[in-house]
Write a protein that binds this ligand. Structure first.
Ligand SMILES: Nc1ncnc2c1ncn2[C@@H]1O[C@H](COP(=O)(O)OP(=O)(O)OP(=O)(O)O)[C@@H](O)[C@H]1O
Length: 324
């Protein structure tokens, strides 16, 4: 394994990362270790999926990155500057949508945006309406701009939250579970929007517990479990790095599992008449022969293609809650 060194930058790494944390750790007052020694690197221009089951520490990490809470130890740099210390300089370049947008239901979408804009001391009031109109247009809410926010669907509310994050040009967008609670159509709309934003060169950090979401929109990903980073890198490499599963279908699963283990198959899991495991180094013909010699009745033996999900489950040792 290549140990990344702080002192040495590989030539292929390109421009400085937009987010870089070293040993970032958060222990809450109650003693809960929510984030444990995180070394996260988000390359410039990436759509970076921050993936992990509920409670794995994603929101806590994002809150530290945004300077909303202090780390217990370690460092976080955003746009090359230390957080939370450089918050005043950094945050104007960062649009964030964390835990759903805070909206006034009795105000129209447009008026909500005007309020957001007015809360930004650096925003010129003379161009406020134009900024709000442009942001509404960006997220496809122009037609609904005069409608009260409480009449918006959840997807429209999320889009309005994104519009608020887009009131000024941003170098980084941080979106915490932006599709949470949305129906498939709403999810598609948000994903399309994220792709559009990224195509302009904005770096996007997108937290999600949905694997297919990451696979669909992200160029890079990091996987968290129980406060620790399991892996990070280009999505294509993560999926390619995972090996498929060997799947044996048999009416004799117990005996098959035993033989597979003997044959050097790791992580053998029995589920009904399906016995799966990591494909061994040796020729599958030998594995098949061993099964047959042991009297295992084999209905099928195949290699299933690895999905990103396989990679992540293999890495985290746990399944993903995909209930949305
Ligand atoms: N304010 C807090 N005080 C104490 N513990 C907390 C606090 N916020 C979060 N935690 C705990 O820290 C751990 C990580 O939570 P966090 O919200 O960062 O995870 P997450 O990956 O974002 O999950 P989710 O998607 O459910 O928000 C959890 O065990 C959670 O219960």
């Amino acid at each position: 394994m290549d140990e990344p060194s702080a002192a040495r930058r590989e030539p292929e790494e390109g421009p400085a990362p937009v987010i870089a944390t070293r040993g970032l750790t958060k222990r809450y007052r109650g003693g809960q270790l929510a984030v444990d020694g995180l070394d996260l690197t988000v390359p410039a221009g990436s759509v970076f999926g921050f993936l992990g089951p509920n409670g794995s520490g994603k929101t806590t990490t994002i809150r530290m990155l945004m300077g909303l809470i202090e780390p217990t130890s370690g460092t976080a740099r955003v746009l090359g500057r230390p957080m939370p210390r450089a918050g005043r300089a950094v945050l104007p370049h960062v649009g964030a949508l964390i835990e759903g947008p805070a909206l006034y239901g009795f105000l129209s979408g447009r008026d909500n945006l005007l309020r957001y804009d007015a809360a930004d001391p650096t925003a010129d009031p003379r161009t406020r309406r134009a900024r709000a109109a442009a942001a509404l247009d960006r997220v496809g809410l122009t037609a609904a701009a005069g409608k009260k926010a409480r009449a918006y669907s959840l997807g429209m509310k999320q889009r309005l939250g994104l519009a608020a994050a887009l009131l000024r040009p941003r170098r980084l967008l941080v979106l915490d579970e932006p599709t949470n609670g949305l129906d498939p159509q709403g999810m598609r709309e948000i994903r399309t929007l994220i792709r559009e934003l990224a195509s302009d060169g904005t770096t996007v950090l997108l937290s999600s517990h949905l694997l297919d979401e990451i696979e669909q929109v992200c160029t890079h990903a990091a996987v968290m479990t129980q406060g620790r980073l399991v892996t990070q890198g280009a999505v294509a490499d993560l999926a390619a790095g995972a090996r498929g599963r060997l799947v044996v279908t048999t009416p004799d699963p117990g005996e098959a599992a035993r033989v597979l283990k003997e044959q050097g198959v790791a992580d053998v899991i029995t589920d009904g008449d399906r016995v799966t495991g990591e494909p061994p180094e040796r020729d599958l013909a030998e594995v098949t022969a061993a099964l047959v010699t042991a009297g295992v009745r084999v209905r099928g033996l195949m290699l299933e293609r690895a999905s990103l999900e396989d990679a992540f489950v293999a890495l985290t040792g746990e399944g993903f809650d995909v209930a949305g």
